[in-house]
Ligand binder design. Sequence first.
Ligand SMILES: O=C(O)/C=C/C(=O)CC(=O)CC(=O)O
Ligand SMILES: [Ca+2]
Ligand SMILES: [Mg+2]
Length: 464
Amino acid sequence: MAIEFLKLSIISSAITALTFYLIGLIIYCEDIEKLATNNSLIIPKSTNGESVIPYNKGETDFPIQNIPFGIFSDQGTQRKRPCTRIGGYVIDLEILEQNNYFLGLCTQSNMFAGATTLNPFLQSGPNCWHLIRITLIKLFSPQAELTNLLRLNVIHNFESVSMSLPVYTRSFTDFYSSRYHAVNVGTLFRGPQNALNPNWEEMPIAYNGRASSLVVSGTGVRRPNGQVKGTDGQVQYKASEKLDFEVEIAAVIGKASEIGMPVKIKEAMEHVFGFVMLNDWSARDIQQWEYVPLGPFNSKNFATTISPWIVTIEALQPFMVEMESQQPVPFASYLKQSFSHTFDINLKVYLKPHQSHQPALLSTVNYRDLHWSLAQQLAHLTVSGANLEIGDLIGSGTISGAEQVGSMLEMSKNGGIAVKVGEDVERKWIEDGDQVVIKGYSEKQGLRIGFGECSGQIIQSLLI
Ligand SMILES: O=C(O)/C=C/C(=O)CC(=O)CC(=O)O
Ligand SMILES: [Ca+2]
Ligand SMILES: [Mg+2]
């Protein structure tokens, strides 16, 4: 009797448990559907076999091998926080951290929660950068289960978020390291005899830019006003009539150096976290009048646009290439390198004219064509004892090649000739309402690691 009763109660408990489980499952599934619909996030099943998140392999800039870092805010909370991206989806790193997905990986436990820039993450050091990247690659592997991540609201459609500056930058230095660009600009400004100053081949020349006017891709750029010397020799105060772009890559410093302690060339790359694209907007008429003797000032301090995603040095490893031997070999020992490498990064600049807004390709250049390496730039910047700080931006300088160039100044020969922009439009300089878009990517054997876009549209001057 007692045994019969025991059997019955076990069966009834099992049935109750099963019922609760099934009810729970139904609620749970509904919940996920609700969550997914609330976010209008319906993630199609992946077919690329590389990641649970779908994308077209070889077409997207953001395959799972990329894992770039940025700062986003969603429409709902509008709160800035760190993220990565796979295909067309942005992944919230704050929520992942708060739900212990990164537990024990880094010495710091709080790098993303409450952070409005990536500086605290960079502070955690190269070992941590690597482990976070590897963890994210595993988390979104083809075998991964998205259910929990959807419940946690970790994934957002890129189209539904806005991006901000990825780092807080106290120092922005811009180099002048493309021989093609320096010769072209020097010839246009000073004539062929004085194109390259004698110091150019001895050290990587640079100017210190204005960090406070760094803006993220998509921000409007107001046409600057300033002093200009006309062809009649008269100096005027007016809106720049020679507004230009410069196609560049900028290194993001991830490891600081000590003031008074130059960074050795061999160790220089250890200070670099990754790269963004950079457009060093330039007002050539203001530049030509102001730059002797102290270099660019108002002509380049009004806005500098950077792309929102920092592509890490680690993701760019497959695209590392040896630099051509440097001629002449620099005299200064601190600039000598036994092995010098750079990265094969294609950069394409498009103009969307205000008349049509149709993108027209103006030029294709490559980061590898620079004369001075990034390690040499950093060794030179710090040779005086100047220090590097986390978040500093080091612009490569305008990237021009033997055939194609990275500025309108060079394309139009300082406004001497009209440049074709698509079928029906011509430009000598950038007009109000024009949008300049730089796209960048490395590509090899079906693997494409890209940077996305670096764009800005010109707003009319306040003087008009
Ligand atoms: O004076 C010159 O020859 C030109 C200087 C620059 O344009 C400065 C600059 O931004 C360098 C660069 O982007 O390569
Ligand atoms: Ca520049
Ligand atoms: Mg600038």
